[in-house]
Design a protein around this ligand. Structure first.
Ligand code: DGY
Length: 325
């Protein structure tokens, strides 16, 4: 059998490179432009691409691609037209589970940071404006006893729910908004009886914190739009660790500026790495640069799963963490 050739579009941590090197020849790039990616994918030089969420594989590119598989270094795969890949016999894989805890930790970091005005507080200190403890200094929203609404009770949503219960929050959820289906106690595992499923409208209108954990699809694009933001409590905090386009970012800037909601904690953006005009200037926007899964163990787990997928694809086998249309 010919030695497989792997292209890794951006450096990934160990054990990814070692697993790939044991199985074939590996080229690791330092990020690729759309043109560079196109050239590499259509050139016939590589068997499998280990990609990032910023690498776009649309149907046009996939129709010309000369590769066997795409091993996405992420659990999300909205950057790949999976149906078109299947049509052209190109396997697709992702890295589920290993980042559930890290992403849930990030959601809590954003929730607490936005509620307790961490960004403003840190800035106050660094700008030399801290003149001593004050009863009215940087007072934020209550967390204990507040209601957390989770949109999307999948693996990450559940991990967030467990953490929130530890903070003595009340947890309500919808499964796949805006449409929903009833979630059984079996599916809720240890959370059965501790969380309550509600309609999307109730989630929007009664949550003190609304945390998004849905995949990006046509149905969830701009799930949180100007109308939803208007219906949220004026004291509410929006948390997004899912995908930027789930929120209409321009509408969010207006809502934060006009005090329609209290604050937002965001790890993902509509047009990454760009931010909507005005967002970075808002004191009530607590922003992180898409680092939801950035814990050592998570990233190593993602590297292992992506590499295992890539090796299987190069051998013409079904990848262990396969994504199908
Ligand atoms: C994912 O895995 O989908 C994250 O957004 C990238 O770390």
């Amino acid at each position: 059998m010919k030695t497989p050739r792997f292209l890794v579009t951006r450096e990934i941590p160990e054990p990814g490179p070692s697993i790939l090197e044991d199985a074939g020849d590996v080229e690791i790039r330092d990020g690729m432009s759309a043109d560079e990616l196109r050239e590499a994918v259509t050139g016939g030089e590589y068997d499998v691409v280990v990609s990032q969420v910023s690498d776009r594989f649309d149907s046009e590119l996939l129709s010309k691609a000369r590769i066997r598989g795409i091993a996405n270094y992420a659990v999300g795969y909205n950057n790949i037209d999976v149906a078109a890949a299947a049509e052209h016999g190109i396997a697709v894989g992702n890295t589920p589970d290993v980042l559930n805890d890290a992403t849930a930790n990030t959601a809590m970091l954003l929730l607490l940071g936005a509620a307790r005005r961490a960004h403003e507080a840190a800035k106050c200190l660094r700008d030399g404006k801290f003149t001593g403890i004050g009863p009215k200094l940087l007072v934020g929203q209550d967390v204990t006893g507040a209601t957390l609404g989770i949109a999307g009770m999948g693996r990450i949503g559940k991990a967030v729910a467990r953490r929130a219960l530890g903070f003595d929050m009340t947890v309500i959820f919808t499964q796949r908004p805006p449409e929903d289906r009833a979630v059984s106690d079996d599916e809720l595992d240890d959370l059965a009886g501790r969380v309550r499923q509600v309609p999307w409208d109730e989630l929007v209108e009664t949550s003190d914190y609304l945390s998004l954990h849905v995949p990006l699809t046509e149905d969830t694009t701009h799930l949180v739009d100007a109308d939803v933001l208007r219906r949220m409590k004026s004291t509410a905090v929006l948390v997004n660790t899912a995908r930027g386009p789930v929120v209409d970012e321009n509408a969010l800037v207006s809502a934060l500026r006009d005090g329609e909601i209290f604050a937002a904690g965001l790890d993902v953006f509509e047009n990454e790495p760009e931010l909507a005009d005005g967002l970075a200037d808002l004191p009530n926007a607590f922003l992180l640069p898409h680092v939801g899964s950035a814990e050592v163990g998570s990233r190593a787990g993602m590297a292992r799963k992506a590499a295992e997928n890539a090796v299987a694809m190069a051998r013409g086998e079904k990848p262990p963490y396969e994504v199908t249309p």
